[in-house]
Design a binder for this molecule. Structure first.
Ligand code: MAN
Length: 355
């Protein structure tokens, strides 16, 4: 069975043109991969805003780096014809003499809030809500997710710097002031998703280590007593050769309870970097057990704003709102803008392959 996705007529809901640059001399190239929260009657999107310095010379690439001491963003000048660097991926600059990984990012990301009454028409705040602050965030903070537990919202995101990418966390009650809790998953790790309630007395989180010596970029699960210290790590779900999630996978939206178990909307990409969304169903009493999984994507890049953009062929959700049988899945499209699609929980559950 196929899952029908109803894309909002207003899509894309937020584009870079809707966001005024925060840094002088920069342009906004992305307002995407937003975490989602309901707060005080409003729908909030915690946007990942990516800003890029405008280079006066097409032969020069400017790489932004936040300096936690001076609190300024410095620009590193790189010549496009310098054989030491590889500029073929628009997101990063690689040093060809330095093996794997990247040397710089071409943009600096931070978190800015967009607010809405109806979940479709948003107004973007003038200023960042969470901005890089320390030495582990000098290349920016990315892809926030929000888990509400009681009256506290936990916001966690990738913290990117030359020493690695880990996951850091802040918390807030009002989205105005934030308490900083430091890095909760060390490098290299991304795509953390904290469950919204304890299961059998423990907090759970999905995470995605990017392993080097052995293994692949796959989904793991861990437990905690206090949301800060995570242990009892287990491998949860792997890549599937020849399928839509054969290259890399990672958690997407915050898991939510259904009558059959925890439903996790996750992203999967091919080795060619085509990103789709699918679902994992986890045991209601032991989320480290996978009950079922999507044989086919529930959303794939098809609309023009999903196939074309800063990095085309990407749908990437960091949060959804559940309303009865309807899941409103907000997602970043083409690493450029935000969109939303409504799907039926029942249809998703019926579309899964049960083990
Ligand atoms: C990948 C992409 C980028 C991101 C970097 C660093 O290259 O997800 O969008 O900026 O990793 O996290």
């Amino acid at each position: 069975m196929n899952v029908k996705a109803y894309r909002y007529e207003e899509n894309p809901l937020i584009t870079p043109a809707d966001v005024k640059p925060y840094h002088e001399g920069f342009e906004v190239i992305g307002a995407f991969n937003a975490g989602v929260a309901r707060c005080g009657g409003e729908v909030l999107l915690l946007l990942r805003v990516a800003e890029r310095p405008v280079s006066p010379d097409p032969g020069i690439v400017l790489a932004p780096v936040y300096n936690p001491v001076t609190k300024a963003v410095n620009l590193v000048e790189l010549r496009r014809d310098d054989p030491q660097y590889d500029f073929s991926d628009p997101r990063v600059v690689r040093d060809v003499t330095d093996g794997a990984g990247f040397k710089y990012l071409t943009s600096l990301s931070y978190i800015r809030i967009a607010r809405s009454q109806d979940g479709r028409r948003f107004t973007v705040d003038d200023r960042p809500a969470v901005y890089p602050s320390g030495p582990l965030e000098t290349f920016g903070i990315e892809d926030p997710r929000v888990t509400q537990i009681g009256d506290t919202y936990y916001v966690y995101f990738s913290a990117v710097s030359p020493v690695g990418i880990g996951e850091s966390m802040v918390s807030t009650k009002d989205f105005r002031s934030f308490a900083f809790h430091g890095m909760i998953f060390g490098p290299d790790n991304k795509d953390v998703l904290i469950f919204p309630e304890k299961v059998n007395g423990k907090y759970y989180a999905l995470h995605r280590p990017t392993v080097m010596s052995s293994g692949k970029p796959e989904i793991w699960i861990a437990e905690s007593e206090n949301l800060l210290h995570w242990g009892n790590h287990k491998h949860l779900a792997g890549l599937r050769e020849g399928m839509w999630d054969s290259g890399r996978i990672g958690g997407g939206a915050v898991p939510f309870r259904t009558e059959k178990g925890w439903l996790e909307l996750y992203h999967g990409a091919t080795r060619e970097h085509r990103y789709c969304m699918g679902a994992l169903l986890l045991d209601p009493d032991d989320p480290s057990k996978v009950i079922a999984r999507s044989p086919r994507p529930i959303l794939e890049p098809e609309a023009e704003y999903e196939t074309n953009g800063f990095f085309g062929g990407v749908v990437f959700s960091c949060g959804a709102l559940v309303d009865g049988d309807t899941v409103k899945m907000y997602y970043g499209a083409a690493d450029s803008s935000m969109a939303c699609a409504e799907l039926s929980v029942r249809e998703i559950l019926e579309s899964l392959e049960y083990f």
